[in-house]
Design a protein around this ligand. Structure first.
Ligand code: NDP
Length: 287
């Protein structure tokens, strides 16, 4: 049986990070250090790990990163004021609020308060609206990273049938939009979709963003399809596994992303990319 080509997110991510690091150097030569502010509320261990990884990645390529830690019981107004102050800070080009937030805080309100010029996560209503209209904006990092993986792997998108499994605001929905903009025919599926395998089996490209380990099996996949696994799950031994049953699906797919080492490294890469782009824009606006 044939095995799929593995799309290596570590390698592609590194290549993009190198070019982003070159842009950071050029900005520094012109007196601008790109800056990312990360707001972390409370002490959720997973959020702490994500934030630490983001900071380390910034530092590795010369982006200034500021961590603002707020207590779990911080009021919504205090958090909004913190964001407003970062919106006005000249040293900060990107603002990220690590989700989830405690239940007494309205996440939508918080995200909408981030200035669209600094919304490097691409989650604010203005960024989402612009993306839908195909206007220039910051694209949400995970789907943006998937588009870069497909591009670097030389996958043609135009005219292909892409089936997205999952419809979250941060992955599934924007993923379909970005593929549509590249002229794919897009089908969205979700937990209420009956007979999922009969739909995914028609796909030339499958993007799995479900949050269920080994959910996509060979029964879901047409021979020669490209399979992108966004899922990050832990098995009983605490090992990272995706939403796609890798061992089975690699026997039928033409291309597949592994977990770890597929989509994961691309998300932070695109966050760095967006932050540097914001710093470049601030410089051109000063001129
Ligand atoms: P959500 O939980 O927000 O969304 C999951 C989606 O899967 C929902 O739309 C849900 O449908 C759908 N779903 C659930 N069960 C089924 C089913 N049986 N059949 C079809 N669809 C189903 O998750 P996210 O989008 O935030 O994340 C998805 C996965 O990607 C997670 O494993 C997460 O950890 C990972 N992730 C990885 C990132 C990375 O950097 N690689 C970044 C972000 C997320 P419905 O809407 O009907 O409930």
């Amino acid at each position: 049986m044939s095995s799929a080509i593995i799309i290596n997110g570590n390698e592609i991510g590194q290549e993009i990070r190198k070019s982003v690091a070159d842009r950071v150097m050029k900005l520094k030569d012109q007196g601008v250090t790109p800056g990312l502010a990360v707001i972390l509320v409370g002490d959720n261990p997973a959020s702490q790990t994500y934030v630490r990884n983001k900071q380390k990645s910034c530092e590795a390529i010369g982006i200034f990163s500021e961590l603002i830690k707020l207590p779990q019981e911080v009021s919504e107004e205090e958090l909004l004021n913190q964001i407003r102050s970062l919106n006005n800070s000249e040293n900060i080009h990107g603002i990220l609020v690590q989700l989830p937030l405690p239940s007494h805080i309205n996440e939508d309100k918080v995200i909408a308060t981030i200035s669209p010029e600094k919304d490097v996560d691409g989650f604010s209503p203005i960024s989402v609206g612009k993306m839908m209209l195909g206007q220039e904006t910051y694209l949400p990092c995970t789907p943006f990273g998937v588009m870069k993986l497909l591009e670097h792997a030389g996958i043609d998108i135009a005219g292909k049938h892409a089936v997205i499994v999952g419809r979250s605001h941060i992955v599934g929905k924007p993923m379909g939009q970005l593929l549509l903009q590249k002229d794919a025919t897009v089908t969205y599926t979700h937990s209420k979709t009956p007979e999922l395998p009969s739909i995914t089996k028609q796909a030339d490209i499958i993007v799995a963003a479900v949050g269920r380990p080994n959910f996509i099996t060979k029964e879901h996949v047409k021979s020669g399809a490209v399979v992108i696994d966004v899922g990050i799950n832990r098995d009983e031994n605490n090992k990272l596994i995706g939403d796609v049953h890798f061992a089975e699906v690699e026997q039928v797919a033409s291309h597949i992303t592994p977990v770890p080492g597929g989509v994961g490294p691309m998300t932070i890469t695109m966050l760095l990319f967006n932050t540097v782009q914001s710093a470049e824009k601030s410089l051109s606006q000063d001129k």
